[in-house]
Design a protein around this ligand. Structure first.
Ligand SMILES: [Zn+2]
Length: 710
């Protein structure tokens, strides 16, 4: 018996059901691309969410040569063990930090004064360097990231297309002026090389010793090129300070001194430490910073203090300073001259702050459960100019910034690890989106604009603020992990919004892997380089596609398609538990995931993170003979994945089958045989729900076209 079947263009077949996969306009996709506020200028972030979150143009993605993809000639090579660094008692084969793991610690005391009119900052700093390594150190390397903002910096001179450093309108005259480097009364030799400085030690720092030195420095606020800057707004100037103090490079067991220069795109790798910071600013300014304010009675009015106290226990947002108070001198403590705001922070990897006379201020409390099971409140506060009030204030359509911060802190604390700090501040100013411990700078001043970027920046608390990765080398462990967790937070937020407004939550694309979105596209095309490349080494146009989106989609596939949610979450939570307040390397992540999930995933890490190949499945060689259906599931791509297939019969019934990844160990073809008796087969589809990014969907379906009304 032979079947006669209508074979139609499979792209039409899939095109016909695209809507149910969530195509353009899918909130999932919107959220994913929207979350990357970091890659956008503030102007781009200030358009309404629907536009801001719209898919980015294809030309953003730099593709490899358009040769036809082909399967591996030697498929087993994909499954070989990864070439990871040899495990040691510092970093175990299980992926956990071992008994000999160590990391340095650096504490800072900084006294800074802002001359707002001149946009000039002067600071004195005391640094206590704790040498926890088993080694004697004879010099220290210091990061001088502010030196990027010079006309002749390596970052300025090498700026590439798509990189985050924007062109300045005028010649750059930024960078540190360092007026003092000493230890006690002893002047120290200090040599500057672009964004690095080498500090000669008067005598070696022995293992276990602490060395204290002092520096004085100043710099002019650079034009806003990235991550910090000043912005004139209606009622004043907003100053955002980050990378604003010289800090000691990381000395670790993997690279020794980590001295990659700051070129602009690659972010940061820093030491944990305690910060004791005083910033002196004009009396009419409000300041928010990493850390807990130590002297509220000196810098706030009594009514502001009582409103803040109310907010600290309130789920609802409490206004601390409203629009018509901004220009009112009564909203600042009486007196003359500048005020000093004093903050302390423990166990943070850096310190940032913002200051302005234009700030409105509101706050609420997030409720989280600590590891010990005790409830704890976290102050979620927002400071923004009047221009942003409509989108940021408590009257905003979706609740406003402080509620977005609260949602993110509660969601990620519940899923991943309790938020470890007492406060989180969200600042609206020149920066479109950047994360620091306990403070984030977010753009967006209209509509739903601030939600996605706020969720993303607060999400960075988990990666890299408390799992302290080397962002300069491994952008995917920072942005990619964050993009991955953001997808779930955004879905939960949408559900809550729908509940509040009595609507049906849109579940349409919730469990999909962002099909049709930028992440899905970047994963279904061969790109010019793999994910595992330092951000500064990438074509800038690929940073978002690979470092953020493709990584996010990959982890989502690993969770929902390869391991399953429970197995993935157990392993991912183990990774966080092992490495919280420590610095994992990629190998520590791969090993922990395999160890805790009980799975050999070398093929996944290699295919997804270290190679540029794509997935490409197909159905071929369909025949029915003597009541037995035979067909081949082909894996044409260089990457592989476990994959489902679906057989649809003439009587309308259907059944699913599964090809495990082990089927691809030695072959790119999997013959499926099925006794079907007298039934007619009308359709066979591989990956019938389209959960995998397939480079060529044209051959994914054999048989009848699915059409509405059929
Ligand atoms: Zn980010």
């Amino acid at each position: 018996m032979r079947l006669i079947l209508m074979i139609v263009s499979a792209s039409l077949v899939l095109g016909g059901c695209a809507a149910h996969h969530g195509a353009k306009g899918d909130p999932e996709v919107d959220a994913e691309s929207h979350a990357r506020g970091e890659g956008k200028t503030p102007e781009e972030n200030r358009v309404p969410a629907v536009a801001a979150g719209d898919e980015q143009p294809d030309e953003d993605l730099v593709e490899a040569s358009p040769e036809k993809v082909h399967a591996r000639e030697r498929p087993h090579e994909l499954f070989a063990p990864l070439n990871l660094p040899t495990a040691s008692e510092r970093r175990l084969a299980s992926g956990a930090p071992g008994p000999d793991y160590w990391q340095q610690r650096v504490d800072y005391t900084i006294d800074a004064e802002l001359n707002a009119d001149e946009q000039h900052l002067d600071a004195d700093m005391v640094v206590r360097y704790h040498n926890n390594s088993p080694h004697e150190l004879t010099y220290l390397w210091i990061q001088l990231e502010q030196n990027l903002f010079k006309d002749d910096s390596l970052g300025t001179l090498s700026r590439s297309r798509g990189g985050v450093m924007r062109e300045a309108d005028e010649p750059l005259s930024g960078g540190y002026t360092i007026t003092k480097v000493c230890s006690g009364n002893r002047k120290l030799e200090f040599t500057v090389y672009d964004t690095l400085g080498r500090l000669e030690l008067p005598e070696p720092i022995e293992a276990g010793e602490c060395f204290t030195f002092e520096m004085s420095y100043s710099f002019e606020m650079p034009p806003h090129l990235r991550r910090m800057g000043a912005e004139e707004v209606d009622q004043g100037t907003i100053f955002e300070y980050a990378q604003w103090f010289p800090h000691v490079c990381v000395y670790d067991d993997v690279y020794g001194w980590n001295t990659l220069p700051y070129l602009g795109t690659g972010e940061f790798y820093t030491n944990y430490g305690d910060f004791d910071v005083r910033v002196t600013v004009p009396r009419d300014h409000l300041v928010a910073a990493t850390g807990v304010l130590q002297n509220p009675e000196e810098v706030m009015t009594s009514s502001q203090m009582s409103r803040l106290l109310e907010a600290m226990g309130s789920e609802e947002t409490v206004v601390i300073r409203e629009a018509d108070e901004v220009a009112d001198p009564g909203s600042r403590p009486a007196g003359e001259g500048p005020l000093t705001w004093h903050f302390k922070a423990s166990d943070v990897r850096t310190f940032a702050w913002a200051s302005s006379e234009s700030f409105l201020w509101d706050a609420c409390a997030a409720k989280i459960t600590d590891l010990e099971g005790d409830a704890r409140l976290v102050l979620c506060q927002s400071l923004y100019p009047v221009e942003a009030e409509e989108a940021w204030g408590p009257e905003a359509e979706q609740g406003g910034s402080s509620q977005y911060v609260k949602h993110a802190i509660e969601f990620y604390s519940d899923w991943l690890h309790p938020y470890p700090y007492p406060v989180m501040s969200n600042i609206n100013g020149p920066e479109g989106g950047m994360e620091y411990p306990m403070i984030v700078f977010c753009g967006g001043r209209k509509g739903r604009g601030p939600y996605g970027v706020t969720d993303h920046e607060v999400g960075h608390t988990w990666f890299p603020m408390i799992v302290n990765t080397d962002e300069r080398r491994h952008i995917w462990m920072d942005e990619g992990f964050n993009t991955f967790i953001n997808g779930y937070s955004n879905a939960a937020f949408r559900e809550r919004q729908a509940e509040l407004h009595g609507e049906d939550a849109d579940h349409g694309g919730r469990r999909r892997t962002g099909r049709g979105g930028r992440g899905w596209r970047s994963a279904s095309r061969e790109t010019s380089h793999p994910i595992a490349v330092p951000a500064d080494h990438m074509d800038g146009r690929n940073v978002g596609a690979l470092g953020y989106s493709k990584t996010g989609v990959g982890l989502r596939i690993l969770r929902e398609h390869v391991l399953g949610e429970e197995r993935f979450d157990t392993a991912f939570q183990e990774y966080i538990r092992r490495w919280v307040f420590k610095s994992p390397q990629p190998a520590d992540f791969f090993r922990t995931m395999e160890d805790a999930a009980g799975a050999d995933l070398a093929w996944f890490w290699r295919g997804w993170f270290y190679e540029t190949g794509v997935l490409d499945f197909g159905i071929s060689n369909v025949s029915v003979e003597d009541g037995t259906l035979r067909f081949i599931v082909n894996s044409y791509g260089e990457q592989v994945m476990p994959v489902e297939y679906e057989i649809v019969y003439g009587d309308g019934s259907s059944e699913r089958g599964f090809v495990p990844v082990q089927a691809w160990f030695s072959s790119n073809e999997k013959l499926v045989r099925k006794v079907i008796g007298e039934r007619a087969v009308v359709r066979i589809a591989v990956d019938p729900e389209g959960v995998l990014p397939d480079a060529d969907e044209g051959d994914n379906v054999w048989g009848e076209r699915e059409e509405e009304g059929e």
